[in-house]
Design a protein. Structure first.
Length: 202
């Protein structure tokens, strides 16, 4: 299990990513994900991804496939002009041309609003590139991003989301913020008696 604590005030910046960023930062960021986080994002907890998947993730052209990267500028590292890479959001177009959005934040920075910053930046980039529609599993992404915060407060999170939930059109950021508010209230009002937090939808 990864230690999810950081000992400084982060200074978060976000910018568009490139294949060169993938070459420089991917292995480092992947190593900073716990087995649980890797399984959630890549459906596997292995230490390395298959070459074909790595190449697909690297293939960002800013149109069909695009990415934005979050950095913590408060962390100074050699050969890291932007600071420590802490998260990435991307859209990837499928065979039907409809792009799907995903967000990954390394464990130490989960539950700190980095995912929301990444989502905002990617949606703004989509508007600039005239991408009219993006598919995002907002509920699952948001709940999982809050898991480290809940567990650090002594809660156990259970997520029961059926695979056949219907898609809805809406403001992804607003929906995400509503879910975050509900989870934050669970921490605030149940802190003295932590137990299970169960997330369901139908």
């Amino acid at each position: 299990m990864h230690d999810v604590a950081i000992d400084h005030q982060p200074v978060i910046t976000v910018r568009e990513g490139s294949p060169a960023d993938f070459d420089r930062y991917f292995d480092e960021g992947f190593a900073d994900l716990s087995a649980e986080s890797r399984h959630f994002r890549f459906f596997t907890a292995v230490r390395e991804l298959p070459p074909m998947l790595r190449e697909r993730l690297r293939d960002v052209d800013g149109v069909r496939n695009a990415a934005v990267i979050a950095f913590d500028q408060a962390v100074t590292l050699p050969d890291h002009p932007d600071g420590k890479p802490i998260g990435v959001a991307r859209w990837m177009s499928g065979d039907d041309g409809l792009p799907e959005l995903s967000i990954t934040v390394i464990d130490a920075y989960q539950g700190m609003g980095v995912g929301v910053r990444l989502m905002d930046a990617l949606l703004e980039l989509a508007r600039q590139r005239d991408v009219g529609q993006i598919v995002l599993d907002v509920l699952r992404e948001t709940v999982e991003s809050f898991r480290p915060r809940l567990e650090s407060e002594g809660f156990r999170l259970e997520v029961h989301l059926p695979d056949d939930l219907p898609a809805v059109r809406g403001d992804a950021r607003a929906i995400s913020q509503c879910v975050l508010n509900l989870l934050d209230n669970a921490v605030k009002f149940l802190r003295d008696v932590p137990g299970h937090v169960v997330v369901t939808a139908k």
